[in-house]
Design a protein around this ligand. Sequence first.
Ligand code: SER
Length: 604
Amino acid sequence: MFSSADIREKFLDFFEKKGHRIVPSSSLIPDDPSVLFTTAGMQQFKRYYTGELDAEKDFGSKNTVSIQKCFRTSDIDEVGDESHLTFFEMLGNFSFGGYFKEEAIEYAYEFIVKEMGLKIEYATIFDPAKVPEGDWRKSVPFDGESEKIWKKYGVEINREGIDVFWGPTGEEGPCGPTTEIYVKNAAGKAIEIWNIVFNEFYRDENKKLSPLKTPGIDTGMGLERLTMVVQNKPTIFETDLFEIPFSSTISGMGSSGRIMADHLRGIVFIIVDGVRPSNKGAGYILRRLIRRAIYQSKKMRNYSSLNNFMDNIIRFYGAYPDYKNLIVDAIIIHNVFREEAEKFEKGLDLGLREFGKKYPGLTAQFYNPGQALKIPETNKFISGEDAFYSHQTYGLTIDIIKDLAKNGLHQVDEEGFWREFKKHQEISRAGAEKKFGGHGLSPSAGETQGEGEDKEKIVRLHTATHLLQAALRQSLGDKVSQKGSNINAERLRFDFSFDRKLTPEELKKIEDLVNEKIKENLPVNFIELPKGEALASGALHFFGEKYPEKVKIYYTGSDLKSAFSKEFCGGPHVKNTSEIGKFKILKEEAVSSGVRRIKAAVLD
Ligand code: SER
């Protein structure tokens, strides 16, 4: 029987022999600001389909193969059954103008039938007749070519509609009809294991399709599912991918064990790719995973093993070269987890008790395990406000509330919860801006924080931030505007609006420009002006922000009018740009849709 390691190796070998270049997995946090996580193997290759990048130049081949770590939140409510996961690995082969339907189907057939020894039950193909009227995919033609190819191999066909059209990831991007391969699982049921996408179109944000410059192939097959079928196991949790890191313990734990196992894998991989728990975006997903894993393990009274499980995951996956960072950053992973866990646990017990008072019986399993639950038939609706109160006060996430609700078949007003959540986020954002004087600076950049050398470094980085913003606008245009800024003694972090990744040439130009201004020994001064005059000076400020009647403008250069940079700001700053030292950009990355982040340092 093949182990999961055998399957990985066979997949990569098979496609390497067919002229594919093996490409390492990209980060779970994509460069692509239109999505929070990497959800498919094709994501790192998006720009090869659009023709912006040239695969032959970058990989020495038009065809690539990868095993990509992926994270999807779309199935999070299904996790706990036999085969759904948030974190998984995707086996995929790709072609950017190299081959198309004929070879893609031939390779897939050969790999599944000859290499894996499985029988294909049937394959699906795209048929617009099955697409609802008015849908944007209705105009895509029937995929008769794939039907013909499959028939050659004697494989049965199912014609389907929108389920066999893939993409784009996010609002726009490559997409196209697909053919999916179905095989039988251990229970004799046909399940989908491989999705072969024929990327022929580009969808723009108005849902209009146009032919792709480089039509190509994008395939995706979940490693966990394939392993389950090959090893003839009833669930993915009984494959070696789970049995090894979880020492065969979880199969007996029911859905709680499965949720915990799934989430722990996700937690480890998301942390190692740089996400930290927070209340928004990827950080909030991580927070939810951590809390839910702890909650589920508490339910099973198995909390102490979470750290051991994490160690096992780190060791099991860290053995693969793509994932060696897990070993390097093992301590970071544990620390991030522990810090969040400690915070959460403070509120959890109390939260469960309080929640149990309002909704009797739902939390009884934590206190009187094994006893029959007495749940009154009245009050079976948990309002959005109540759910949010438990979240806000005790940290019980919506997933936890939903899980508790199941005990009494209660209904949760999830939409109401999210309304409250959003409302609260808006209020706290407004509060934070007030507190930091609307300069977008964290308190660490203010006058009162930092001692000695640290403080001096922070002041240098603060002035460098002003130069950076001016350089960005000079190089990329006025659409660049500040979205956030944070400075500590090591580095500055500057978030700004911009709709794509910066090229290495652009970054170099911006870095050079800042260094040029530093070399010019420009004086840094401030002037206090009435608000109206300050606004008229063209100094940068936050739109819609309420400023006091008199504002300070810091400017770099001999006078306000000709200054290279001028911003509404409370300071402090260096007296002369020469004090900054050498400016170095460390990293440029996406924060969210349309927002980029630069991290930079100043050297002595
Ligand atoms: N992009 C397709 C998927 O995610 C095939 O890789 O299923």
